[in-house]
Design a protein around this ligand. Structure first.
Ligand SMILES: Nc1ncnc2c1ncn2[C@@H]1O[C@H](COP(=O)(O)OP(=O)(O)OP(=O)(O)O)[C@@H](O)[C@H]1O
Length: 309
């Protein structure tokens, strides 16, 4: 569906995309996960031929994407980060307007507009102006405008930023449904939970480059961390910290404000070994829990920094 090869985009001295490569297949929900400023929006604007780039190539649906590739553009739906609707028009009129850009047949246009409004759950707001909608509902309207013409490829740039949990769930469920109905989706986000929840494949981006690509399981399999054990309300000195660090399978520890985080490679009985050590040394502690690796751990191991800012 989309092939990006060695894409380079500079803004003066800043290299926003540094030999970016992506291969997105038909039927995927493809996640671009990266912190703010990693180049996700720039990549999308290049894909849509809204931005000129310095080097590389972009092919969509088997053809080179150019500013005048109108046939390809007809088959793409875009939901950008900033809501782009007309303030003077009602919810219905907005969705109908965007539908009219692609669909000329009046009956079909009306049916598609109604379908999109129901799809995002804005039936009760048909006559309302965008200014009367909450942030979450406004984003749903933005989505309805982007998908109303039933495009083959839907590109969504952080559609859930600053959205309440109810609208967020509605949006995520909607994306899964659009995919079930046959659309390929490209989804950018800096929320790892969302990407894990809906994406079939994920590229982790930082500084304009793809650091790793795979399913969430494949990405987690690429790193050393098998589990992270957290122990709260524990008072430890340097000696004990050193001894814990030397326990089998431990490869990293963080200790701050009486909270100990131990990163271990995947092995059986990790937690038991740690608890046994604490018991032997008669060290008191509070809540203990073990977590499987997250995409944040993948990002942390590759870049040395947290995904979240
Ligand atoms: N028009 C511009 N002029 C100069 N620099 C820009 C411009 N647009 C983006 N940048 C810079 O390019 C880099 C990539 O930005 P981009 O917006 O693509 O990242 P992003 O991953 O989408 O982040 P965000 O989630 O904050 O939008 C950043 O360092 C940003 O400051």
């Amino acid at each position: 569906m989309v092939t990006i090869t060695n894409l380079v985009k500079r803004y003066d001295d800043l290299v926003a995309l540094d030999h970016l490569n992506l291969e997105i297949k038909e039927g995927e929900i493809y996640g671009l996960l990266g912190p703010n400023g990693s180049g996700k929006t720039t990549a999308i604007n290049c894909m849509l031929a809204l931005l000129k780039y310095d080097k590389g190539s972009i092919q969509i649906m088997g053809e080179e994407m150019r500013p005048d590739s109108y046939e390809i553009k007809k088959n793409i739906g875009v939901v950008m980060q900033n809501v782009a609707v007309f303030e003077q028009m009602s919810v219905w009129e907005n969705v109908d307007y965007f539908c009219g850009l692609y669909i000329k047949d009046k009956k079909k246009r009306k049916a598609l507009t109604e379908e999109a409004i129901q799809f995002v759950g804005l039936e009760d707001y048909r006559k309302k102006r965008p200014g009367k909608l909450s942030g979450g509902l406004l984003r749903r309207l933005n989505i309805a405008c982007g998908i109303v013409h039933k495009p083959k490829l839907i590109i969504m740039d952080e559609p859930t930023v600053a959205v309440d949990p109810q609208s967020r769930n509605k949006i995520l469920e909607g994306i899964l449904e659009l995919n079930r109905q046959g659309s390929t989706i490209i989804y950018t986000s800096h929320y790892m939970e969302e990407v894990e929840q809906i994406c079939t494949r994920i590229s982790i981006m930082d500084k304009g480059r793809v650091l790793a690509t795979g399913t969430k399981e494949e990405l987690k399999g690429m790193i050393k961390t098998g589990e992270t054990v957290t122990i709260e309300a524990i008072a430890l000195g340097d000696k004990e910290l050193q001894e814990i660090k030397e326990l089998p399978h431990v490869f990293d520890i963080f200790y701050e404000e009486q909270i100990l985080k131990i990163r271990l490679s995947g092995a059986k009985h990790n937690l038991l070994r740690i608890l046994h050590y604490l018991e032997e040394k008669d060290i008191a502690f509070g809540r203990v829990y073990s977590e499987l690796p997250t995409l944040n751990d993948v990002f942390l191991e590759i870049t040395g920094k947290e995904l979240r800012d």
